[in-house]
Design a protein around this ligand. Sequence first.
Ligand SMILES: Nc1ncnc2c1ncn2[C@@H]1O[C@H](COP(=O)(O)OP(=O)(O)OP(=O)(O)O)[C@@H](O)[C@H]1O
Length: 217
Amino acid sequence: MSLLELHDITFAYPAHGLTLNGACLRLGAGERLSITGPNGAGKSTLLKIAVGLLRPASGRVVAFGQDRRTEADFTEVRRRIGYVFQDPDDQLFCPTVAEDIAFGPLNLGKSKEEALAIVDSILGRMHLSHLRDRITHHLSGGEKRLVTLATVLAMDPDILILDEPTNALDIENEARLLEILQSLPQAILLISHSADFREKIAPCGYRLADGVLTPLD
Ligand SMILES: Nc1ncnc2c1ncn2[C@@H]1O[C@H](COP(=O)(O)OP(=O)(O)OP(=O)(O)O)[C@@H](O)[C@H]1O
């Protein structure tokens, strides 16, 4: 079954030429695909379109079997697609790590006890329990990156979008991230410049250049 389809997406930022010019992509259940390509090619732009943070000039977004056009459509899509942004500071906004991770489950209607149980379970699985009560703002870049992934996993999404997830990670934490990602059942869209990381997580996928996606060899 297809979870996400992008059909002939075109997009231009105001006062720029076309960033995307007919990009097409299909992600199936449990499938893992990489997207690579030069800086500024439009990889993040494309995936922001997939979750409705940007709207294409033309083309279709089909998620979970339905055409998605309106803000209400994309609110549901964003509940089911966890997006780990390139910059953790775009995503972490609560005083402590536990509050940041609990925020999503509380928003989905979980009780405080249920949300805190999710916090402890996710942090335990990720071997990050020592960060539970830390002030988010004081974490290192790499710690923030892992906590951002924890906030997304706490929502139990069907698809994970990871935008350069190894940025700011040391060798040990990159290995830990690899282990975590390999253990997850979710479909994954991975943007990464690291051929080694792509090979380990999602060897198949696309290269984005000149506004179109072409399959990787
Ligand atoms: N809000 C914006 N307004 C205008 N131009 C933008 C905006 N956001 C991105 N761009 C431009 O659009 C192009 C595509 O950006 P995007 O972030 O999607 O590229 P990317 O492939 O993800 O790049 P990188 O590999 O460097 O992360 C770039 O030239 C960028 O400067």
